[in-house]
Design a protein around this ligand. Structure first.
Ligand code: SF4
Length: 419
């Protein structure tokens, strides 16, 4: 899609690209004839270098991690920085010194969210006037990033540490984060925040430091928030620390559960097992914290038994939610290999053609009866059409569609109860 857009731009418009794919396959992007007007490919965290390039495109010659195609030689050209200190700052900006995201350029953020089952359950279990109002009419919500980088190495993930040796893991100072929460509240009336970091609740010490500041600023009396978390880390968090997360407004944790098969979890290098996931999910929902679980079907080497284990795992988790104050939502995706990830390397080493691994195409799952439930996630329903495990793709998709439909029915049942 990016290449298509690039090819159709007015040739007088200079083009700059970045992001995961550009970082993982820069030479492929530079050599693509559709990218003829590409002036700069920015590797990694681009804020400061993009700002410099917008002021003066000629600065690409002196900026680190900026590439372009030498027209005459047809080869990769790269900026040559001279000051090592400046280079370090440009490649890994001080995230406490960056200005808050200017939402004037983001028409979809903040946004008015419809009330969810999690909001309804929160209103019942915590009962504050903010939550009761949100259960009726939803929150004004905004996305926010509190940290950068992830220390784990899940083999399918673009954020895996081995795929990002250039990224220094950093967390914003709690005061800086809280400043942005208050700014979004004052400016737009936002009362719910989603930390969309690779991993926000990923290190015990960081959770402690952030929560101490949230308590000092009485965040839980004013806002609710969702965050990404790690199952093995939350498994070690004490009940009193979970109480503190609740008191500070934690609404829902997004967890990479991925599979109900320990064999597949180990192949993914997840460092969790299905029993640990059910234990952690149980403790979270018992405290009234919602769980959003992400699952992958069709992983390399996956057997029928592994898929059956995942389906059973999801049903176990729904059962747990049915007996506790917090809700559990399941979001299931078909496996796709991304360039730069450990599993991409494994697959190409095993003889898979990189072009075939990149041949994304839309998938129509509506035959399996999940049409309405799929509407919210069109952008995720794409596939490279290759069977990586033992199970034919038609069966993988059928399991995916069934689980998605079941989740959708659970959401609908809630809406009817709320109405
Ligand atoms: S899946 Fe999550 S924990 Fe694993 S590498 Fe990616 S961001 Fe980190």
């Amino acid at each position: 899609m990016s290449a298509y857009i690039a090819a159709h731009l007015d040739p007088d418009i200079a083009l700059m690209v970045g992001g995961h794919h550009a970082k993982a396959m820069p030479d492929g992007v530079l050599a693509d004839p559709r990218m003829a007007s590409l002036q700069a490919l920015v590797l990694g965290e681009g804020e400061l270098r993009v700002a410099a390039l917008l002021e003066d495109a000629q600065r690409r010659r002196e900026l680190p991690g900026v590439l372009w195609r030498d027209r005459l030689l047809g080869t990769r050209a790269t900026g040559i920085p001279t000051d090592p200190k400046l280079t370090a700052r440009l490649l890994g900006p001080d995230i406490n010194a960056l200005p808050y995201v200017n939402r004037a350029f983001l028409p979809q953020d903040p946004y008015q969210a419809a009330p969810t089952e999690t909001d309804r359950r929160l209103a019942m279990s915590r009962g504050t006037s903010l939550l009761k109002a949100a259960a009726r009419s939803g929150h004004m919500e905004a996305n926010i990033v509190g940290s950068r980088g992830c220390p784990y190495n899940c083999t399918f993930c673009g954020a895996a540490v081995s795929a990002n040796p250039d990224v220094k893991i950093r967390v914003r100072d709690p005061e800086n984060i809280i400043g942005e929460l208050d700014h979004l509240h004052d400016e737009y009336g936002v009362s719910a925040f989603r930390f969309v970091d690779d991993l926000f609740l990923g290190v015990g010490r960081v959770i402690e430091e952030q929560m101490a500041a949230f308590t000092r600023h009485r965040i839980g009396e004013r806002y609710v928030w969702d965050a990404t978390g790690r199952i093995n880390v939350l498994d070690r968090v004490s009940d009193s620390e979970l109480d503190r997360l609740v008191a500070n407004g934690l609404r829902e944790v997004a967890l990479g559960i991925e599979s109900g098969s320990d064999r597949i979890l180990s192949a993914m290098d997840k460092r969790i097992d299905a029993e640990m996931t059910e234990r952690v999910a149980h403790r979270l929902v018992k405290h009234g914290i919602g769980v959003k679980g992400y699952f992958i079907l069709g992983f390399p080497g996956e057997s029928h038994d592994d898929i059956t284990a995942t389906v059973r795992h999801i049903h176990n988790l729904w059962d747990i939610a049915d007996h506790n104050p917090g809700d559990i939502r399941a979001s299931v995706f078909e496996f796709r290999p991304y360039p730069g990830t450990p599993v991409w390397q494994t697959l190409t080493d095993a003889g898979h053609d990189p072009d075939a691994l990149l041949a994304y195409a839309d998938v129509d799952l509506t035959e399996d009866g999940a049409d309405e439930s799929m509407r919210q996630r069109d952008e995720f329903n794409f596939s490279v059409g290759i069977q990586f495990g033992d199970v034919p793709l038609s069966k993988v998709r059928s399991a995916l569609a069934t689980l998605t439909r079941e989740q959708h029915e659970r959401n609908q049942a809630t809406r009817r109860t709320t109405a």
